[in-house]
Structure formats: structure tokens, C-alpha cells
Design a protein around this ligand. Structure first.
Ligand code: HEM
Length: 252
């Protein structure tokens, strides 16, 4: 079978890519399994924590549910449950990005180990063997970058833009959650930035869109504060014992 002029292999999946890319001495079950497990580790908890954070932020801020539902209904009516629809859910994208800016998993990002002494143009040297990282939490709450940085503004990243389902004015590459930008480091930056971010953002969007359309949600006691999470090294996790109340929506 041909795809874009190239012959497709019988299987075109992660395991075959890993087997093909491995040098002969690592082309064995143990090494390939270790790589699959490492990628599972990079992919699964990050995505579920990002979804959980967005749900807590939404349950605590009921005022966003109406506009998000309206957007999801409009976009899926016009474009179905497709990848294109995911790109057109601009308010939801902004809400997820704001949720990740303030409560995202990465407090430290872009860990890099110097294999040899490295001197920056300003004379600062990182000696060989040292690991450095960027304080993304500080950047995400820097008042010189974000106006009113500690306030949750769910539509901060689409403010002043035409977010209509059919809008073509909106530059989809700017300010989107997947965009790499030194002021938003949820997915790191540079050559080793997260390659799974396109998949992850679409996955979280599809999950949230389905939940928002089909369920009402709130925090116990109608609380409006997101339960405090905890720090595990440079990673921030949501409160693991906090609850959200869900109720199937009564439509019509
Ligand atoms: C919301 C979900 C996710 C978040 C927040 C996230 C975050 C990150 C971060 C911060 C990095 C380090 C980037 C850097 O050092 O510059 C990274 C790397 C990586 N991520 Fe993700 N990730 C997510 C989902 C995924 C998924 C779904 C996959 C795979 C299907 C994945 C695969 C990887 C891989 C393979 C790397 C290593 C890249 C390299 O070293 O070149 N991630 N991710």
C-alpha cells in the first residue's frame, strides 16, 4: 500500500519504529520493552494530570461551563468529532492552557545535563556533569509576562480573537497550547521539547469536550477554590483525595 508516495510497512506503530531505530545490540525484547515503558511513563500520568487539573478548575469555576459547552456544540455540529474540530475548540484550548499555566505538572522544565563544560555568551559556565533546569513555575507567574499572573483567566489566550467555529482569522499557531514558547513551558522547549504534545492536547480536549457536553460537575459544597495539590520534587500533582461531583446532564 502507498501513502504519500511511500510504501507502508505491514505495521506502522511505536514498537516497529523502536525495533527499526534500535542499533543491533539493543534490538532485543528487554531493551525495546524498557523503551515502551519509558514512553508510557512520559505519556500517561502527564495526560491524566492535565485532564484532572482542568476538571478541578472547571468544577470550581462554573461560569466557564456555559461558554465552553456553546463552543463545543457549535464546532462539533459544523465539523463533527474530528481532528479539525479539536483545532477549532479555541476557548477550550485557552482554558486548558490557563489551567496548565497555574496548576500544571511542571514546576521545573527542560532539565539538561552538561556532558562537557559549557560557557554561555555572558560568561556563565555550566561545568561538565551538572544538571540545570528552567524554573517554569516562576516564568508562568511572572508579572512581566502575564498580566495579573495569579488570577485564573480561562480565556486569557484567546481574548480579543475571533473564536467562532468558522473563523480563519485566528492564527492557529500562535498562543495555542501546543505552541512552543519560552513563556509557556508545560512541554519544555527546544530540540527535546515533548513530541507527544499534539496527541496529548487532542486527547485531553476530546475527553473534556465529551465530559462538558454530557455532565454537570461541581465541587462538594459548591466550593469555588480548587483543592490544593502537592509538590513532588519539581512536579506538581492535584490533590489525590479531593472529589468532583458529576451528574448526567438532562437534555431537552
Ligand atoms: C499533557 C501531557 C504531556 C506533558 C505535560 C508532557 C511534558 C513533557 C515535558 C516537559 C518533556 C520534556 C521537554 C524538555 O525537556 O524540553 C517531555 C518530553 C517527552 N515527552 Fe511528553 N508530555 C506529555 C505527553 C506526552 C505523550 C502523550 C507522549 C507520547 C505519546 C510523550 C512523549 C514524550 C517523549 C518521548 C519525551 C522526550 C523527548 C526528548 O527527550 O527528545 N509526552 N514531555
Amino acid at each position: 500500500m502507498l501513502y504519500k508516495g511511500k510504501a507502508l510497512r505491514k505495521t506502522d506503530d511505536l514498537i516497529s519504529w523502536l525495533v527499526e531505530g534500535a542499533p543491533p545490540e539493543h534490538r532485543n525484547v528487554e531493551d525495546i520493552t524498557a523503551k515502551v515503558m519509558l514512553i508510557n511513563f512520559a505519556a500517561i500520568h502527564t495526560t491524566s494530570i492535565t485532564t484532572t487539573n482542568a476538571l478541578f478548575n472547571l468544577a470550581a469555576r462554573q461560569e466557564y461551563i456555559g461558554p465552553l459547552r456553546a463552543e463545543i456544540e457549535e464546532v462539533t455540529r459544523a465539523y463533527g468529532w474530528t481532528k479539525e474540530s479539536m483545532a477549532r475548540l479555541r476557548k477550550l484550548d485557552s482554558f486548558m492552557k490557563e489551567s496548565s499555566r497555574l496548576s500544571g505538572i511542571v514546576g521545573l522544565s527542560m532539565s539538561r545535563k552538561a556532558n562537557k563544560d559549557f560557557t554561555f555568551s555572558n560568561g556563565l559556565t555550566i561545568p561538565a556533569g551538572y544538571t540545570v533546569a528552567v524554573a517554569s513555575q516562576g516564568i508562568h507567574t511572572d508579572p512581566e509576562i502575564y498580566e495579573d499572573p495569579h488570577t485564573f483567566k480561562g480565556f486569557r489566550f484567546c481574548e480579543g480573537r475571533d473564536t467562532g467555529a468558522d473563523s480563519e482569522e485566528y492564527d492557529p499557531l500562535q498562543q495555542r497550547m501546543v505552541s512552543l514558547d519560552p513563556t509557556f513551558l508545560l512541554f519544555g522547549h527546544g530540540r527535546n521539547a515533548c513530541p507527544g504534545r499534539f496527541f496529548a492536547v487532542n486527547e485531553v480536549k476530546a475527553l473534556l469536550a465529551h465530559i462538558i457536553l454530557n455532565y454537570d460537575m461541581k465541587l462538594p459544597g459548591d466550593a469555588t477554590e480548587v483543592p490544593k495539590g502537592l509538590w513532588l520534587g519539581g512536579s506538581r500533582l492535584p490533590d489525590r483525595s479531593a472529589e468532583i461531583l458529576f451528574r448526567k446532564r438532562k437534555l431537552g
